[in-house]
Ligand binder design. Structure first.
Ligand code: AMP
Length: 461
């Protein structure tokens, strides 16, 4: 068989986006842009500035800040070998067991979230020397190797904000929450439900966690109830009893409902802080629901936690999670620093907006220029330039078309007007504008046409 014949039989591979990733296409991207622009606008009215952090960081940064034993770090990160050590070992042929032996500082991971990076940047750029608190927001892709489903992707997008430094005044917690709710309001997100809780601090939480563990052990060791606990809970009784409260397992719900509640075990300072946060939310007209089962499993999280759910999302209905993390900057080698922040799942926010009919439809062109003849082409190019400069969306066909075909094309593209430029129009200096909705036509001089279109646009036509 000749080489040519063999090539013919080879079918080119059809590539598809990797599982859990997706393409965002127009017109949906217009909604993404609107959401991001609204975030820019709303957050800056609260004095937040944008930070852009890298998409990959040292694996160790995430292991330390999110916790090496969490699902995110232990199972879901996309991690790569550190390249200096990697290439040295490849050069020297020492590749056996390479990945497991490489030092953690040499490994890098795609970011599964951005709080750790923002705290690293705060320390790295000595932001504690700036007027405190420093208020930052970010947006961009995050990566977690989770099981994909509606509202859960392996590359997903978050919009988040952090307040670092200064005090832990309850008004800060309330203002951060007010800001997210204002943002959702501005987008007309339907059914946004805010849940809040306080998980205490280093002073009172350990005692509560021990109490929780003791109660759960009683359930586990009682033959009448033991069978109702799932494997995750059985493990978490040892590793992280607080996380048991997250459980959605049906058989555990009646047991969880009877567990001691943290609100009854907060120390005086935490109880006062929580009461003040609620009062501050009320002063701002922010409606909340208390949810004692809303917890965060990591030590540096303290006091305020919150979550916002929205409608139209099925089981993955959390659009925003946030909380106070006063110990994190110190844990990453910085000075003791107060901190609070949140992350919004942008994919889910968009899904919810689409479900409630808030998605923009395909934006048609304003003007389709139907030109015929060389002279008309030159005029058409100039007209397109002027119209675009004035902010109109213009389609200028690259090759000459018969008028009938051009008008058909204009219709398909959802154009509002067809600007007809032929020899007559060019020699007379009078251009024909056809309104496609009703088929009416009128002639305009060049300046009059621009003025007419401007007026129509201002009037929403
Ligand atoms: P977290 O960083 O886990 O607190 O998540 C904050 C928000 O990000 C959640 O409330 C979700 O809206 C969103 N989110 C987290 N993981 C995913 C994912 N795999 N796909 C889509 N959105 C996600």
């Amino acid at each position: 068989m000749s080489e040519g014949a063999a090539k013919k039989e080879e079918k080119p591979r059809k590539f598809q986006a990797i599982r859990g990733t997706r393409d965002l296409l127009p017109p949906e991207t217009a909604l993404w842009n609107r959401v991001e622009q609204t975030a820019d606008e709303v957050f800056s009215t609260f004095g937040f500035g944008e930070i852009r952090v890298p998409i990959f960081e040292s694996t160790d940064l995430f292991a330390r800040s999110i916790g090496a034993e969490t699902d995110v770090v232990s199972k879901e990160m996309y991690t790569f070998g550190g390249f200096a050590e990697f290439s040295a070992r490849v050069r020297e042929g020492r590749v056996e067991g390479m990945l497991s032996e490489m030092s953690p500082e040499e490994m890098i991971s795609l970011r599964p979230e951005a709080t750790a990076s923002v705290c690293r940047a705060y320390i790295e750029h000595n932001m504690q020397q700036l007027p405190q608190p420093v208020k930052l927001y970010y947006m961009g892709p995050m990566f977690r190797r989770e099981r994909p489903q509606k509202g859960r992707y392996r590359q997903f997008y978050q919009i988040g904000a952090e307040v670092l430094g200064g005090s832990d005044a309850p008004a800060i917690d309330a203002e951060v929450i007010e800001m997210v709710m204002t943002f959702f309001d501005r987008l007309e997100l339907q059914g946004a439900q805010l849940d809040i809780n306080s998980i205490g601090d280093r002073n009172c939480r350990p005692k509560y966690v021990e109490l929780l563990r003791a109660e759960l052990l009683k359930v586990r060791d009682n033959p009448a109830t033991a069978g109702r606990l799932g494997p995750d809970t059985l493990r978490r009784i040892e590793t992280n009893p607080l996380r048991v409260l997250d459980s959605k397992l049906e058989s555990e719900q009646a047991i969880i409902a009877k567990l001691p509640r943290i609100a009854d075990h907060l120390c005086e300072e935490c109880a006062a802080h929580y009461a003040a946060v609620k009062h501050q939310l009320e002063m701002r007209g922010v409606i909340y629901r208390e949810n004692w089962r809303l917890v965060r499993g990591l030590d540096y999280y303290m006091r305020t936690t919150f979550e916002i759910t929205a409608q139209g999302l099925g089981s993955q209905n959390a659009v925003c999670g946030g909380g106070r993390y006063d110990g994190l900057v110190e844990l990453l080698g910085g000075p003791p620093t107060k901190g609070i922040g949140f992350a919004i799942g942008e994919d889910r926010l968009i899904l919810s907006l689409q479900e409630s009919g808030k998605a923009p439809t395909q934006q048609g062109r304003d003007v389709y220029i139907a030109w015929m003849g060389e002279r008309a082409h030159a005029t058409a190019i100039r007209a397109a330039k002027d119209l675009r400069k004035a902010g109109f969306s213009v389609e200028l066909p690259p090759v000459e078309q018969k008028f009938g075909k051009a008008l058909g094309q204009a219709d398909k593209l959802g154009a509002k007007y067809a600007l007809i430029l032929g020899d007559n129009e060019v020699s007379e200096g009078l251009w024909t504008l056809k309104t496609l909705a009703d088929g009416s036509q009128a002639k305009f001089t060049e300046p009059d046409l621009l003025e007419h279109l401007r007026k129509q646009k201002a009037g929403g036509l």
